[in-house]
Write a protein that binds this ligand. Structure first.
Ligand code: PLP
Length: 368
């Protein structure tokens, strides 16, 4: 088989989704599965839906268009604020988007009217993480603006914490969101059906609280795909961490000194490497590098460790393992390593479970 290769176990993804859905739904919270780290894979999205997710969210219009073409019936949300230059594709490729800018909302409404659709809008509120979001004291006015745009329907409010500044989505933040929902409803005169409280960083709060307030949705990517939560990178209870395995091929195995020799300058990435301690190491070189994966987020099998990585070579201490040239070594990935592997044109993907090919990377240069 070809390498490097990302093996995806779709049953693990479906199972992780099911575990989360079964714990959240009794608390009044449904799950939107976030597919962006899988490049909007239709197979991954289908596994999330099989596990009980009610909708799919993605940050890229290209991914949403692919998902829409594969299954026009799946509710799709653009979870990044739309580009002004893409509003027509946004209203065609998704049912709903997360928004913060009046100028974008006006353009979305015009595009929706052109397409003869009504586009659903969730307004994102800034609660301290300082990425996307409208200031708390401007939310009600912006909601009234949306209510006045005939191509749009205001479905709800949301917030996103943790991603930029690591701010924890705690009871206080979620209570603030719930209060705003009441204020907006009073102003626009209709109930909001979507209160999307955050991402995988919200799980600790969601499982622990005895008052979810008005929050009725979470947008979950990392926890479903990797089994971890983003605040401390702990494994979420009951979830599996082995949905993705990156297989790489061994191209050299030699016993070498641990300590390099000669005069030391910088390595390929501008760092001055340590000379290494005395002694020998059984080392393998893999045809895998920074063009394929973030080596800091790739974990080799027990008893092996990563010694170094350049663009195209990864050097592994193989310990007592009987590794030979041509062998494949499997790595578990963190979020950063997964995203790099998924977006690398050198990494092929293969699925087990109900088969459907994963997407090729979206062409970004020279495309119409
Ligand atoms: C990426 C993203 C998510 C999903 O985050 P995870 O930590 O992967 O669960 C949710 N909402 C928004 C706005 C995002 O950008």
């Amino acid at each position: 088989m070809t390498a490097p290769r990302l093996d995806v176990d779709l049953d693990v993804i479906a199972q992780n989704t099911r575990v989360l859905v079964d714990r959240l739904v009794p608390r009044g919270i449904r799950v939107t599965g976030v597919s962006k780290a899988s490049l909007g894979s239709t197979a991954v999205a289908a596994a999330m839906l099989r596990g009980g997710a009610t909708a799919i969210g993605d940050s890229r219009v290209e991914n949403l268009e692919r998902l829409r073409a594969a299954d026009p019936g799946t509710p799709l949300t653009l979870i990044r604020s739309p580009m002004l230059s893409q509003v027509d594709r946004v209203v065609r490729g998704s049912d709903q988007s997360l928004n913060t800018e009046a100028v974008v909302l006006a353009a979305l409404s015009a595009a929706a009217l052109c397409e003869r659709v009504v586009h659903d809008v969730v307004l994102m509120v800034e609660l301290g993480d300082l990425r996307e979001g409208v200031a708390v004291d401007e939310v009600v006015d912006l909601a009234a603006t949306v209510a006045g745009l005939s191509g749009l329907r205001l479905t709800g409010l949301g917030t996103n914490l943790a991603c930029r500044s690591g701010i924890v989505p705690d009871q206080d933040k979620m209570d603030q969101l719930s209060v705003l929902v009441d204020l907006v409803e009073a102003r626009v005169g209709h109930p909001l059906t979507v209160v999307t409280g955050g991402n995988s960083a919200n799980l600790d709060w969601a499982f622990g609280t005895d008052d979810v307030g008005r929050v009725n949705e979470l947008r979950l990517g990392e926890s479903i795909l990797l089994g971890t939560e983003p605040l401390h990178r702990h494994v979420v209870e009951g979830l599996r961490t082995d949905a993705f395995t990156l297989a790489a091929e061994v191209i050299e195995v030699q016993t070498k000194p641990r300590r390099s020799w000669g005069t030391t300058g910088q390595d390929a990435f501008g760092r001055t490497p340590h000379r290494g301690r005395p002694g020998l190491v059984r080392q393998a070189i893999l045809a895998l590098g920074r063009q394929d994966v973030d080596p800091d987020g790739a974990t080799p099998p027990a008893g092996m460790s990563v010694l170094a990585a350049s663009s195209d070579h990864l050097v592994l201490d193989v310990g007592d393992h009987g590794v030979v040239v041509g062998d494949e070594i499997g790595f578990q990935l963190d979020y950063s390593a997964l995203v790099r592997a998924m977006t690398s044109p050198f990494v092929r993907t293969g699925t087990s479970g109900p088969a459907e090919p994963l997407p090729a990377p979206v062409p970004t240069r020279g495309a119409a």
